[in-house]
Structures are given as structure tokens and as C-alpha cells.
Design a protein around this ligand. Structure first.
Ligand code: FAD
Length: 601
């Protein structure tokens, strides 16, 4: 990429979708089937998107194996979210769940089956019958390869519907016109190194999570938060970024995930004394309490000296009592992972696990149609032409802590809803809005800087510093002092991002350029996280701060949630590196609100 052209080659579509994971492909399917001209961009082949790694299941109150209904699912999701989830969006998602799961079944999804032919469902953390009475079987599963089965099903349906895939294309920036409407994106074709202007009446971001801002993560290497970076640079705030989920059972030392489906099938967690300690922390749900609860309890055991191994720094998950036959049928990948990443035969011995970064609850703020919303002077304002769905979006159904299997559901429900809404928008808007004259300038200046820098740092060094800082200052347990220090460190790292140099400036498949562009996105996400976290002076869901006390009347309750001051969503603004807040929607669409109460399990 020696000389960068000042005007870019253009292509024009009804809709550009950035991301070919479950959410992007569920949306594109709706659009392609309605006859729209859809381009789906993806950094990797569609079926290698992180959705493929999802193991445990997708939730829906089908009631195939134990009594269930959508209102119990609705209640569990609100309680799981520590009341930060918007109750209108949660009602919408839980009501739609059976419909989208049956639809997926009819697309050809190979779910496991019960003897009567219905979809197999397993218990999962925080999913209960009758408002917390006992675990319920709500997670619809294809062994421990549910995401794999789902992503392939959606890909095949998209191919049949003639969706245009742009494989190994990286979207760089959103293009907004003078009205603030989004009229397309700039993108890099990795194979050739050419940069394009992709015009679209609607752009949908479905770029997945950004777990790679942390050093130890269950996420794929491509999960660098590109959609969040694009939104932040385009002036759109990022919502609730302080809330990151630690999955209780990453393989110690490797980070690879062992699905909560293990505990759904009956696995238990043990400390160095051989004690099933979750019975103490969550007497009713035990090992199947929500993830924030279990991760905190594990860390507490380790901190109090009851960790396992020579350094007492992990917990053991025991599965052998399930029997080799059940393990091979229901958890075949977990058995493989045990062998490959821990040198453990899980049918015979327990496997070392630690809480590991897994999922971002925050993201680009949207409404239930997937439309991106800004919050200006106390009012929600829709950003015309821009939608977001999936893990990069914050609708917000997961609030401060997501329940397992609610993400695959979120992809299906909101991917479909956004698709339907875009079809209507497209009917009403026959013409593309004109591109502003300076549409490509911002991207071109970013690229030019990378080309021109002759001294500076390599992107990997900066990425490693971001990851180490986040790991140290935004972990399972946080302290105010450590978060404040993290804010300073991240700001200092940000100053270095402009000085990234490329040693190799060639065009064809230059992955160093891709990584350098990804670091700019990691930076936005990391700063959003650190600044939002340091400002929230309470404990809620996955945001646990030592400094804030347990409520006096509930010494066993998880910490000091402060509804009077903090029952609100955080919005981080990149340009000013500042925060604003907006209220949580406690009003569902049709049913009674579930008022906040103390969260025990
Ligand atoms: C190991 C693991 C197991 C999980 N298990 C479960 C589970 O059992 N149940 C559950 O509900 N949830 C699970 N989750 C969470 C869930 O899988 C994810 O939240 C979800 O799959 C994300 O889907 P997505 O469509 O938002 O994004 P992804 O599937 O991550 O896809 C993102 C897409 O965006 C593309 N992209 C990104 N940036 C760019 C760019 N700049 N230009 C072009 N393309 C870009 C990528 O190429 C990719 O196609 C799991 C997550 C992990 C990591």
C-alpha cells in the first residue's frame, strides 16, 4: 500500500452487514429471503466466526423435559442481569424464544433428541422453575457443539438464499453524513490490500465480542471489538462496558472454555479440601448459580487458601461420576479438550479450571428492532441507517450479568427482528442518500499515518500492554484504587497507538496491517471498560468492587448494590473520554415489572 488513492472504488448495496457470526447471518437470511441486495463482510470464513465455538446451548422455554414458561425465563433473565437489563427487551426476547428455536429446527439444525423426538434440553446456570425454586431444563443443545451446528445451519440457508459474502474483508469505519445518518462503510480487502467504499441504505454491525482486550480469554483471536471501535470513532457512545463476564470454567493455564453444560449435566466444583463449596454460597442452585456468583465464589476459595494444585491457584471440576457413556454422548468436545489442553481424562479424574474472560454484556446501544440509539439531552435518538445485533450490541437483555445460553438466543431473536425492520425501512426508502464529499477522508488519514510512520512501536507490543493492564485492573474482584490506576495506564497506552509502525508495508494479505487496525479497536473497548468501571461506585452483576460493603441486613448477599444511585446504564463517549448515564427500562411490554430485590440463589 504505497500510495493511497484519494477516492476509493465504490460498490453499492441495499444493506451491508459487518460480521458473519450467528447474529449477522440470522439477519442476512431475513434480508436475502426478502429479495434485498445484501453484502456480508467477514474477517474470516463465515463458519469460523466465534459463534462456532459455542458449546452448551440456546435457551427457550419449550418445556420438553420439565415444566417451563416464558415468564419464568423472563424473571430469571432479569434477576440474572442484577436488574440492569431493560425489561421490555427481555420480555421480547423470552417470548420470541420458542418461535426462533423451532424456526432454526426447521432450517435443519441438528439438535439432540429425546426419545419422543422433541429437542433435548439441559439445565444451565440461573435458569429456574417458579422464580428460583429449582433448576429447569431450558438449554436446547446439540451435544456440546450447539454453536457449530447453528452457524453451519445458518450458513447453508444463506447460501441457498444467495446472500453475497465478502470473505476476508475488514470493515474499517462508518461513514456518517451531515445529518448524522450512516450511509455505508469503508473496508479493506485483505487479499489485495485494496480499500473500498461500500455504500448502503442500511449498515448493520454484527462484529461479535471483544474478549481479546484481556490476556486470558475464551474468545477467538478475531474478537477485537471492531464494531465497537467503529461506533466509538463515529461518535456513538458505548453502553455498560464495565460489565464483563468471567466464565467459571476455563481450563486453567489455557483459557479454553469448558461449557456450563458440564455442570448442567451434573459436574461439580471442588476446592483443595474436596469440598463442594458452592453449597455454601448458593444453597438452592449450588453449582448452577449464575456465572458472576460462581466465579466470585471460586476466586474467594482461592483467595482464602483453598485453591488446588502446587500453587493453590485453581479449582477442580469433577465429571467422572457422570459416567463415560454420558460424557461421550453429551460432552464429546469437553472430553477432547481435557486431553488436548489439560492432559486429563475427564471420565476418570477432575480437571483444573479458573474463571476466564468470556463475554461482554455492554456494547452499542440499540432498541428492540436493532436500531442504534444515541441518548442526547435525556432523549433516545435513532441513528438512521445503522443497526447492531449480537454480542457487539447492548439492547440490553443481559444487563450486568448474562445467563448462559441467552446469547445464542439474543443472536436469533434480534438478528431476525433487525432483519424484519430493515426490510420495512428498505420498502420506504427506495434511494440511497448521497455520500458526503469527504466520506473516505477519515479512513484514508488513518491508513496514511500507518504508512508514513517510520519510527514507533509494533502493534503487538501495544496490544500486549492493553491486555496485561486489563487483566490486572479489571478482573473478577476490583478495587477502586486499582481501577483508578488502570484508567491512568490505559490513557498512557492510548497515546502510543498513533505511533504504530508497520515493518512490512506490502499489500497482499498483510496481516500486520490488519492487526494494527485491530489495535485501534481494542483501545476504544479497553478505555471504555476501564473508565466506565472506575466510575461505577457499587457492586452489580459482574462488576464486583471490594470497597463497597455487603448490605448490613444481608451479609450473605452479593455485595453492595446501590439502586438509589446506580440503577442506570453507563454511556462512554470516545471523543471526550467522558461518561453520561441513562435510566434502565423497568417497564416490560405487557406484563408487570419485576422490581429490584436482593439476589440470592
Ligand atoms: C467458547 C465460547 C462458548 C460459548 N458458548 C455459548 C453457548 O453455549 N450459548 C450461548 O448462548 N452463548 C455462548 N457463547 C457466547 C456466544 O457464542 C457469542 O456471544 C455469540 O456467538 C456471538 O455471536 P455474534 O454473531 O455476535 O459474533 P461472532 O460469532 O463473534 O461473529 C463476529 C463476526 O464479525 C466479523 N467481524 C468482526 N470484525 C470485523 C470487521 N472489522 N470487518 C469484517 N468482519 C468483522 C467476524 O469475522 C465474524 O464473522 C460462547 C462464547 C464462547 C467464546
Amino acid at each position: 500500500m504505497t500510495a493511497i488513492p484519494q477516492s476509493l472504488p465504490r460498490r453499492k448495496f441495499d444493506v451491508v452487514i459487518v460480521g458473519a457470526g450467528g447474529s449477522g447471518m440470522r439477519a442476512s437470511l431475513q434480508l436475502a429471503r426478502a429479495g434485498l441486495n445484501v453484502a456480508v463482510l467477514t474477517k474470516v470464513f463465515p463458519t469460523r466466526s466465534h459463534t462456532v465455538a459455542a458449546q452448551g446451548g440456546v435457551s427457550a422455554s419449550l418445556g420438553n423435559m420439565s415444566e417451563d414458561n416464558w415468564e419464568w425465563h423472563f424473571y430469571d433473565t432479569i434477576k440474572g442481569s442484577d436488574w440492569l437489563g431493560d425489561q421490555d427487551a427481555i420480555e421480547f426476547m423470552c417470548r420470541e424464544a420458542p418461535k426462533v428455536v423451532y424456526e432454526l429446527e426447521h432450517f435443519g439444525m441438528p439438535f439432540d433428541r429425546n426419545p419422543d423426538g422433541t429437542i433435548y434440553q439441559r439445565p444451565f446456570g440461573g435458569h429456574t422453575a417458579n422464580h428460583g425454586e429449582k433448576p429447569v431444563q431450558r438449554a436446547c443443545a446439540a451435544a456440546d457443539r450447539t454453536g457449530h451446528a447453528m452457524l453451519h445451519t445458518l450458513y447453508q440457508q444463506n447460501v441457498a438464499s444467495r446472500t453475497n459474502f465478502f470473505v476476508e474483508w475488514m470493515a474499517l469505519d462508518l461513514v456518517r453524513d451531515a445529518d448524522g445518518d450512516v450511509v455505508g462503510v469503508t473496508a479493506l480487502e485483505m487479499e489485495t490490500g485494496e480499500v473500498y467504499m461500500l455504500e448502503a441504505k442500511t449498515t448493520l454491525l454484527a462484529t461479535g465480542g471483544a474478549g481479546r482486550i484481556f490476556a486470558a480469554s475464551t474468545n477467538a483471536f478475531i474478537n477485537t471489538g471492531d464494531g465497537l471501535g467503529m461506533a466509538a470513532r463515529a461518535g456513538i457512545p458505548l453502553q455498560d462496558m464495565e460489565f464483563w463476564q468471567f466464565h467459571p470454567t476455563g481450563v486453567a493455564g489455557a483459557g479454553v472454555l469448558l461449557t456450563e453444560g458440564c455442570r448442567g449435566e451434573g459436574a461439580i466444583l471442588l476446592n483443595s479440601e474436596g469440598e463442594r463449596f458452592m453449597e455454601r454460597y448458593a444453597p438452592t442452585l449450588k453449582d448452577l448459580a449464575p456465572r458472576d456468583f460462581v466465579s466470585r465464589s471460586m476466586d474467594q476459595e482461592i483467595k482464602e487458601g483453598r485453591g488446588c494444585g502446587p500453587n493453590k491457584d485453581y479449582i477442580l471440576m469433577k465429571l467422572d461420576h457422570l459416567g463415560a457413556e454420558t460424557i461421550r454422548k453429551r460432552l464429546p468436545s469437553v472430553e477432547e479438550i481435557g486431553h488436548n489442553f489439560a492432559n486429563v481424562d475427564i471420565t476418570k479424574e477432575p480437571i483444573p479450571v479458573v474463571p476466564t474472560i468470556h463475554y461482554q454484556m455492554g456494547g452499542i446501544p440499540t432498541n428492540i428492532h436493532g436500531q442504534v440509539v444515541e441518548h442526547i439531552n435525556g432523549e433516545n435518538r435513532i441513528v438512521n441507517g445503522l443497526y447492531a445485533v449480537g454480542e457487539c450490541a447492548c439492547v440490553s437483555v443481559h444487563g450486568a450479568n448474562r445467563l448462559g445460553t441467552n446469547s445464542l438466543l439474543d443472536l436469533l431473536v434480534f438478528g431476525r427482528a433487525a432483519g424484519n425492520h430493515i426490510v420495512q425501512f428498505n420498502d420506504k426508502n427506495k434511494e440511497h442518500k448521497p455520500l458526503p464529499a469527504n466520506a473516505a477522508d477519515f479512513t484514508l488519514s488513518r491508513l496514511a499515518k500507518l504508512e508514513e510512520n517510520t519510527s514507533g512501536e509494533y502493534s503487538q507490543d501495544i496490544a500486549n500492554d492493553i491486555r496485561a493492564t486489563m487483566q490486572q485492573h479489571a478482573g473478577v474482584f476490583r478495587t477502586q484504587a486499582s481501577m483508578d490506576e488502570g484508567v491512568q495506564k490505559i490513557a498512557a497506552i492510548r497515546d502510543r497507538v498513533g505511533n504504530i509502525i508497520l515493518q512490512d508495508k506490502s499489500k497482499v494479505f498483510n496481516t500486520a496491517r490488519v492487526e494494527a487496525l485491530e489495535v485501534a479497536n481494542l483501545m476504544e473497548v479497553a478505555q471504555a471498560t476501564m473508565v466506565s468501571a472506575a466510575a461505577r461506585k457499587e457492586c452489580r452483576g459482574a462488576h464486583t468492587v471490594y470497597d463497597y460493603e455487603h448490605p448490613a441486613d444481608h451479609p450473605t448477599a452479593p455485595l453492595g448494590r446501590d439502586d438509589a444511585n446506580w440503577l442506570k446504564h453507563t454511556l462512554w463517549h470516545s471523543a471526550s473520554n467522558s461518561l453520561s448515564y441513562k435510566p434502565v427500562n423497568l417497564k416490560p411490554l405487557t406484563v408487570e415489572s419485576v422490581p429490584p430485590k436482593v439476589r440470592t440463589f
